[in-house]
Design a protein around this ligand. Structure first.
Ligand SMILES: NC(=O)c1ccc[n+]([C@@H]2O[C@H](COP(=O)([O-])OP(=O)(O)OC[C@H]3O[C@@H](n4cnc5c(N)ncnc54)[C@H](O)[C@@H]3O)[C@@H](O)[C@H]2O)c1
Length: 252
C-alpha cells in the first residue's frame, strides 16, 4: 500500500472535502494529521478513524493566525519529524455580495484564511520536504480560481492567488522532487456550500447553478477527495504546477 505509514497533513479536515480525504488516506493506512479550528469535530474524527483501525492525530490550528500555523508545524516536526503529503485545504466562502458592498475586513478575512495561510503553510512544508528530498503538496483552490463568480470577489481573488502560488512554487521546487498542485472543485455539497442556503439568498438559485454544470448536478465531497488521493499518489508522479478542475465539465 503506497500510503502506508506516510505522514499526511490535511488542514480543514474536520468537515466536508477535507474530512472525506482524511477517511480515504486513513483507509490506505496513512497517519493522518487532522488540522482544524473546529476542535470538537476534529477530535470526533480522530476518534472515529482510530476506532476503525486507522491512525489519526487532531491538531488545533487557526490558519488565519501565523503563530497558530507555526505552532502546528512545530508540533508536527517534534512528533513525527517528517511530512510526506500536505493538503492545504481549510477555507471559507465569505459573505455573498456585490463588489461595491464588500466590507474591507471581510475581504481581508477571506484572503487571510484562503490565501495567506497557503503561503505560510507552504513555506513550512517546503522547508521540511527539502530536508527529506521529497514531498507532495496539494492546495485546494476552486473553479473560482480559474474564472469569475459574481457576488464572490474576495473568494475568487483568494482562489486565483492559490493557483498562482501553486504554479510558482511548483516551478521553483520541481527539481527538488517536490510536486505541488492545486485542485479546483466546482460546487460540492458541504457545510461551505449548501443548496438550501443558496435558495434562501435567491429563490431557485441552486437550480440555476446546477444548470451551469454540464453534468447537471453538484459534486459530493468524496468525489473530490478521491481525486486528491490520486494527485498525491505516485500515479501522478509527472504532474506538478497544475490547477486541476474537478467540476462536472464547467471548465470544458
Ligand atoms: N464546497 C464547495 O463547493 C467548494 C468548491 C470549491 C472549493 N472548495 C474549497 O474546498 C475547501 C474545503 O471546503 P469544504 O467545502 O469542505 O467546506 P467545509 O466548511 O465543510 O470545511 C472547511 C473546513 O475548514 C475549517 N476552517 C475554516 N476556517 C478555518 C481556519 N481559520 N483555521 C482552521 N480551519 C478552518 C472549518 O472548520 C472546516 O472544518 C475550501 O478551501 C473551499 O474553499 C469548496
Amino acid at each position: 500500500m503506497e500510503f502506508k505509514n506516510k505522514i499526511v497533513l490535511i488542514t480543514g479536515a474536520a468537515s466536508g472535502i477535507g474530512k472525506e480525504a482524511a477517511f480515504l488516506f486513513a483507509k490506505e493506512q496513512a497517519t493522518v494529521i487532522i488540522a482544524d479550528k473546529d476542535e470538537q469535530s476534529g477530535a470526533n474524527l480522530e476518534m472515529k478513524i482510530i476506532e476503525n483501525g486507522g491512525k489519526a492525530r487532531f491538531i488545533y490550528v487557526d490558519v488565519a493566525n501565523k503563530n497558530s500555523i507555526d505552532s502546528m508545524f512545530e508540533t508536527i516536526i517534534r512528533e513525527y519529524n517528517h511530512l510526506d503529503i500536505a493538503i492545504n485545504n481549510a477555507g471559507i466562502s465569505g459573505i455573498p455580495s456585490r463588489t461595491t458592498d464588500i466590507n474591507f475586513d471581510n475581504f481581508n478575512a477571506v484572503m487571510n484564511i484562503n490565501s495567506t495561510s497557503i503561503f505560510v503553510c507552504m513555506q513550512h512544508e517546503i522547508k521540511q520536504m527539502l530536508k527529506q528530498g521529497k514531498g507532495v503538496i496539494l492546495n485546494t483552490s476552486s473553479i473560482a480560481g480559474l474564472r469569475g463568480l459574481p457576488n464572490s470577489l474576495p473568494y475568487v481573488a483568494s482562489k486565483h492567488a492559490v493557483v498562482g502560488m501553486t504554479k510558482t512554487a511548483a516551478m521553483e521546487y520541481a527539481r527538488k522532487n517536490i510536486r505541488i498542485n492545486a485542485i479546483c472543485p466546482a460546487f460540492t455539497v458541504t457545510n461551505l456550500f449548501k443548496p438550501e442556503f443558496m435558495d434562501s439568498i435567491s429563490e431557485g438559485l441552486s437550480e440555476k447553478l446546477k444548470n451551469q454544470i454540464p453534468m447537471k448536478r453538484f459534486a459530493n465531497a468524496k468525489e473530490i477527495a478521491e481525486v486528491m488521493l490520486m494527485i498525491c499518489s505516485d500515479k501522478a508522479s509527472f504532474i506538478t504546477g497544475q490547477a486541476i478542475p474537478v467540476d462536472g465539465g464547467v471548465s470544458a
